[in-house]
Design a binder for this molecule. Structure first.
Ligand SMILES: Nc1ncnc2c1ncn2[C@@H]1O[C@H](COP(=O)(O)OP(=O)(O)O)[C@@H](O)[C@H]1O
Ligand SMILES: [Mg+2]
Length: 233
């Protein structure tokens, strides 16, 4: 479904990604791990059209995305959840959700508001609260819920559990597992290795702008050399 081929990207003259190639199959969650600064966020931004690669190709169901901007990529079905951005602090949870739904109105409807509220019952209890009044965990849930209502073909999650208390992380991980069973296709980047191991079957290990390994999460769990060298664990 997603085909990334020989992608190079960076910021001005500062090259970050070098010759990145990988696929994500329809209905699968792919994890990306690697130390701080190796280029994980840069890769997600490049896939989402927020950063233009200097070389290479990114195809979604056969259609080239390189050359499109972020809003055009969003219309093709790529949704990036980054730093809980995109939440309107002064609007209510419900208004935030309805706005996202409007963005996805022209796409095939896979997620209704009811289905999303079923997935995130906590948000159903907080519909009238202002987006800015939510806890960190609730904001992350709202950010993901909004992304689902844009009816994505591919969801990109950057550090979804960052800064959340352990109990909230556990709750979010089980929600992500449910999303994984729903047929959604996603890429999950997280500093917290367990989040990736618990939600994805396959994982890319990145090192300094390159892919050092692709394996199953089960293989990574048992590969102490790979863990030590690229994750410092
Ligand atoms: N907007 C930016 N401008 C210049 N350099 C950046 C910018 N964002 C990230 N970088 C640099 O690009 C490299 C990769 O960063 P990033 O993709 O955020 O890594 P990760 O998400 O794996 O921690 C780092 O060296 C970082 O300092
Ligand atoms: Mg990052």
């Amino acid at each position: 479904m997603l085909e990334v081929r020989h992608v190079h990207a960076g910021y001005g003259r500062f090259a970050v990604l070098r010759d990145i190639s990988f696929d994500v199959a329809q209905g699968k969650f792919l994890g990306i791990v690697g130390r701080n600064g190796v280029g994980k966020t840069t890769l997600l931004k490049t896939i989402a059209g927020a950063l233009k690669p200097t070389q290479g190709s990114v195809r979604l169901t056969g259609q080239e995305l390189v050359g499109l901007d972020a809003s055009q990529s969003a219309r093709r079905g790529i949704s990036l959840v980054l730093d809980r951005k995109g939440i309107f602090a002064s609007l209510s949870v419900k208004e935030n959700l309805l706005l996202a739904q409007r963005l996805g109105a022209s796409r095939k409807q896979q997620w209704t508001l009811d289905a999303v509220l079923d997935m995130f019952p906590r948000l159903a209890e907080r519909l009238g609260a202002p987006g800015g009044g939510l806890s960190g965990g609730e904001q992350q849930m709202l950010a993901i819920a909004r992304a689902l209502l844009t009816q994505p073909s591919l969801l990109l999650l950057d550090e979804p559990t960052e800064g959340l208390a352990p109990l909230i992380v556990a709750n979010l991980v089980s929600l992500m597992q449910k999303l994984g069973q729903s047929g959604l296709t996603a890429i999950v980047v997280d500093q917290r290795l367990e989040t990736v191991l618990d939600t994805c079957r396959d994982v890319l290990v990145m090192s300094r702008g390159e892919i050092a390994a692709r394996c199953t999460c089960e293989e990574l769990r048992h590969d102490t050399d790979l863990m030590r060298e690229h994750l410092g664990i």
